[in-house]
Design a protein around this ligand. Structure first.
Ligand SMILES: Nc1ncnc2c1ncn2[C@@H]1O[C@H](COP(=O)(O)OP(=O)(O)OP(=O)(O)O)[C@@H](O)[C@H]1O
Ligand SMILES: [Mg+2]
Length: 369
């Protein structure tokens, strides 16, 4: 109960712009919870409402079971870490971390011990006397984290805290942050627009789009069972193909894409009440197999109902661990991207090569157009 967060119908407008549109969800105590979505979708506004720096126009926010409506930021059981970590440059690391406790008038001995613990937690025990200017970006971000954690918030709010770091450091800090969160068991509400980051770190992710929550699920559920077309396109890499559904038989939708006919598995959550008509088929890059030549059976594609489409490689994008092929289909004026692991004898198809793509009915997910 101590670190729970609840939002009920929370809405925020800026003038006529609806920045956050009646969102409702709960966060469990000790959860690593991420708000993920494109720029401008309302992530920071939601976080600021949790911190108390912004007030909702409608709705209720409860933290640890208590209604926050009349609770100012400094009296909430939250603390916030920003992208720009804003350390005091003239003060030592130790003084930066101690600042909040000193403002509270805590006894000297308690401050010393809590600052020591916080610096140890973020791996900066030997850096207490340094000034921020003598630290790397990652170290500065750790100081900002220690400064927020030293006050022992029940809920730590983090607004894109790693986005100013370079890629490699960012990956290190993701692992580090996750370790710290597990060690202290504090609820983390983490804002990011980077889906890889959200998937790697979170217990649960809320995917936001235009002020609304599209889906809340574990990273694996989001990936395997996106509830909306937006989530299907935002998480991972998917082809979003405009298809026509001609009918339904034996739990499969009969789907048409140009002159191509194939089956797609039906799922209640994705197809809703749409038995026929225009639809979008989401097909992940890595679920599309690619084989040489128009006549060739693409590797392993033997089962009934497998979709096959011939085409020509228009672009080959080498990504190191994997290769992406953008293939122009013969049967429809669309391109489908296939991704396959590089190496271990996998053939490489140059631009202009005729190929056959294939995928299973269960690999595609249908959404309303
Ligand atoms: N103080 C403000 N006054 C007016 N409009 C605002 C204000 N703060 C945010 N907005 C608008 O509300 C919407 C949501 O903003 P918010 O900062 O929550 O987005 P975000 O999801 O955090 O985006 P980003 O990933 O770019 O940080 C945006 O359209 C933004 O322009
Ligand atoms: Mg933001």
């Amino acid at each position: 109960m101590s670190g729970t967060v609840e939002l009920v119908g929370v809405t925020k407008r800026f003038g006529s712009h609806l920045a956050v549109d009646a969102i409702s969800f709960g966060i469990g105590s000790g959860e690593f919870f991420s708000l993920l979505g494109p720029s401008g979708c309302g992530k920071s506004t939601t976080l600021r409402m949790l911190s108390g720096f912004e007030a909702p126009d409608e709705g209720i926010i409860r933290i640890a079971g208590q209604d926050m409506a009349d609770v100012p930021p400094y009296r909430r059981p939250t603390n916030i870490v920003f992208q720009r970590w804003a350390l005091f440059p003239h003060m030592s690391v130790e003084a930066n971390v101690a600042f909040g406790l000193e403002a509270e008038g805590r006894p000297r001995a308690e401050i010393r011990s809590r600052v020591g613990d916080a610096l140890a937690l973020v791996g900066l025990s030997g850096f207490a006397a340094r000034k921020p200017g003598q630290l790397s970006g990652g170290q500065m971000q750790r100081v900002a984290l220690a400064r927020a954690l030293v006050k022992r918030p029940k809920v730590l709010l983090l607004d894109e805290p790693l986005s100013a770091l370079d890629l490699k450091l960012r990956h290190q800090m993701q692992i580090e942050l996750k370790r710290i969160q597990q060690e202290i068991g504090t609820t983390f509400v983490f804002v990011t627009h980077d889906q890889g980051e959200a998937l790697a770190m979170s217990d649960k992710v809320a995917v936001m789009n235009a002020g609304r929550v599209e889906q809340i699920a574990s990273p694996q559920e989001l990936y395997d069972a996106p509830a909306t077309r937006f989530v299907a396109g935002f998480i991972g890499h998917a082809n979003l193909l405009p298809v026509t559904v001609d009918g339904v038989a034996n739990g499969l939708a009969m789907v048409r894409l140009g002159d191509l006919h194939f089956a797609a598995a039906l799922r209640e959550t994705s197809i809703g009440d749409m038995p026929s008509g225009e639809a979008i088929l989401a097909l992940r890059f890595e679920r599309v197999r690619i084989g040489a030549g128009p006549a060739a059976e693409a590797a392993g594609a033997a089962g009934a109902g497998v979709a096959r489409a011939t085409g020509v490689v228009r672009q080959m994008i080498f990504g190191g661990a994997s290769v992406q092929y953008v293939v122009g289909l013969d049967a429809a004026p669309v391109e489908i991207t296939a991704e396959q692991p590089h190496g271990a004898g996998a053939p490489v198809f140059a631009q202009g090569t005729p190929v056959t793509l294939s995928w299973e009915p269960a690999d595609g997910r249908l959404f309303k157009a």
